[in-house]
Ligand binder design. Sequence first.
Ligand code: TMP
Length: 411
Amino acid sequence: MVEDYSTIDSCRICDSPSLYEFLDLGNVPPVNNFKETSESKIPEYPLEVVFCEDCNHVQLRNTVRRDLLFEDYSYFSSSSTPLIDHFGEYADSVENKFLDAGDLVVEVGSNDGVLLRQFSEKVRKLGVEPAENVAEKAREQYDLDVCTDFFSLDIAKDIASNYGFATVIAANNVLGHVDELHDIVAGVDYLLQEQGVFVVEVPYLIDLLNHVEFDTIYHEHISYFSIRPLTELFEKFKMEIFDVERVDVHGGSVRLFVQRESGTHSITNDVAYLSALEKALGLNERTVYDEFREEVRRRRQQLKDLLEHLDETGHSIVGYGAPGKGNVLLNYCDIGPDLLDYIVDTTPSKQGTFSPGKNIPVRPPSEFGDPYPDVALLLAWNYRESILEKEEEFRGEGGRFLIPAPNVDIV
Ligand code: TMP
């Protein structure tokens, strides 16, 4: 029988067996598997986080089988307007810096084409996306060429023989989803032109720890990256990080620019600065992770107490946004339909469903003002600014957002 999940006994990057477990978020269902009815039961899997004491890579102990997580995937990047803008700027900047007419850009984990479609028609574009329903949207709506598969060395060989080598390979918010990191980097190593650039965007561990973003920890996200372990991973393939930018997306991310060690881009000071910052913050020692665990427990208590108090004092409360992380928060803090009447979300495929684990109905945004609740728990807190701006009327009429991160707040 094929097990639903496997457990590692050594680090996914350096193979060291010295793994220190610092956080256990309990059993949680796959957070993007929204349910058709409130009765349908879905399995739950352990969510335990470990830190490698050798290369310092932070990762989940268990890997849930990917077909259980990604088969009918409900995450469409283009459902969030701020992400469309983010990737628009990204496409312009990468095209200006690294691409000429006719060059091939390949995106690993291309989702619904939110990045690829924003490159100009001068370059050739290919997406690689395992979720069939999501890949289909990129083909149908944006006429993009998408290969429906998990990127690997084998897929890289197929692509190279059909399309040639890539000048840019992009992987946004996807490296963290991969159990076999070596296979994906081997694929990049194969497919990338000699002077090509691998652009990687991943949520940054420093932001996760500093802002107590525990809800971004879920089964899809196997790795929580910092510069040091990534440097070690790329070194194994004779590649190096030559530039890094901190970007304000998904709660705080880093965009890394990687080339072969024989590449011609000079290494910017920012790479050394961020590595030094990681060391100064103690990312190579247990203490920082132990402190994070205590902060997560405190956060759970604060949120639960606050919501129960609001409920007992007669306030109507709903959830705003139904991202995967929202479902981690609801499950870990044990917040169910007794506290939240419903959740509003802009993603059509989530509307009319029930949140995994807590069974809270998900409704279209049009129901938010019909009538407005007293309080909205901002589960999509990473879009705080744009949502607050969009919902000015709600706040104007006395409604308040309860913000769970980076600090618990009511605005
Ligand atoms: P993400 O943080 O993983 O991008 O997911 C954000 C979720 O929040 C996604 O399901 C779309 C939803 N959302 C809204 O419902 N309203 C909004 O204004 C925004 C920006 C996102």
